[in-house]
Design a protein around this ligand. Sequence first.
Ligand SMILES: O=C1C=c2cc(C(=O)O)[nH]c2=CC1=O
Length: 509
Amino acid sequence: QFPRQCATPEALASGECCPGLFPQQTPNPSDQCGFTVGRGLCVPVIADSRPHGPQYTLDGLDDREQWPLRFFNRTCLCNGRFYGYNCGSCRPGWTGDNCDQPLIVVRKNIQDLRAEERQRFINALDLAKNTIHPDYVIGTRHYSELINPATNATNFVNISIYDFFVWTHYYSVSKTFLGLGQGSAGGVDFSHEGPAFLTWHRFHLMQLERDMQNLLQDASFALPYWNFAIGGNECDICTDDLMGARNNFEQNLLSPNSVFSRWRVVCENVEDYDSLGTICNSTTGGPIRRNPAGNVDRPMVQRLPEMEDVLLCLEVNLFDTPPFFSNSSESFRNTLEGYSEPSGLYNPTVRSLHNLAHLFLNGTGGQTHLSPNDPIFVLLHTFTDAVFDEWLKRHNPDPSQYPLENAPIGHNRQYNMVPFWPPVTNSEMFVTAPENLGYSYDIQWPSRPLSNTEIITIAVIAALVLVTLIFAGASCVVRRKNKKNEALQPLLGESYPRYAEEKENTQEV
Ligand SMILES: O=C1C=c2cc(C(=O)O)[nH]c2=CC1=O
């Protein structure tokens, strides 16, 4: 979670993580954050200290509180379009040596990729799985044990680019360690069951996309998405040219024709980490398990979400609602996350949209501490992010819709998302992607067909309007007739003899 240059006892002791721009050259303290070339400056970290929700009660015990202050209190602040832990890269949406060329990458439906594009994406994932991350290392012990006092060695290790993506997710959902013999406690999840669910996963994907762009030396590389809202019980991307078909002999393993059958998962031994107070390291475990629609004990998760569910959730007006948790009702976030009916109504028995897609996979991809080990995670989350971006576009929410305080720990608007470095707040991801974050989605959202209730309501209203119009029309005609008759009445009324009568009378005389 930290740049290699900061994973030293000296850096930890100083609380400062402001690497230079040219690490291969003799360290030059005045060049921190590319200061000498006008890129950035080493500044104090700002961490959110507003109150959090009642789910977490162990304040003081968890390294992730007020992230990242337990580890570092100074970081690079980059000028203009410069970006990154040493201001050596460009802000999303910009590229080039001087970060002066605009670039918006386009995330496409994986089903629309040509055969060679599919193969290129799979090869890129496999390369990321097998290439040590060039910039970041992970801590494998809690802060109090990060440095061995006897040897002054740190417990940071190398990890591959893809496994770094898996590890950050695991670290964000892991329990709070209470001490040896006391185990670990839940009540924390820095990336789920709260408003940060969407902002956290957005940045998580952006980080992988950027790492893969660097790996491929292709700034235009974009992650594709899986439209999982197809209903039915078939995983349409579980084929050997995409995410791997089912193994013919073992129904919860992948076909040997897929490269993903050779992938080995990390962060499998969660019971050990939680009881021993260790943290997942880069040691690999068993194969990816997946048995789509195969959970016989939960028929509800044997089907994928429908497109109508997505279209309904896009109509939920509020981003999130108190208590900003997995029991929030009429909350767009909780609906897309999948703890509500697609229309927004909270229902504890429901699993919909994102959660349903995870649980449908029924294996590695359905267990929160492990799920990114299955590469379907990437595609499932790009689609979830596409729905989020469409909601932002349609509803154009004020930033104040995102709660400033009293959300679960890690989920307040100004909290730095755990465990990303350099610090990035939830609010920085609560913006439309094409205009602010350098990517867009190639996606056409259908309009929602009307439900039977809506059709009946519209028919009743139309009938009422019609009846009202008919009555109004009829009374208008009657009134007009009356008015016409009135106009024909003689001015002097019946008490005066008519002209003819008068004439008759005169003649008689
Ligand atoms: O990886 C995940 C797995 C999940 C399972 C549920 C659930 O609703 O039970 N939710 C999940 C979220 C994940 O990110």
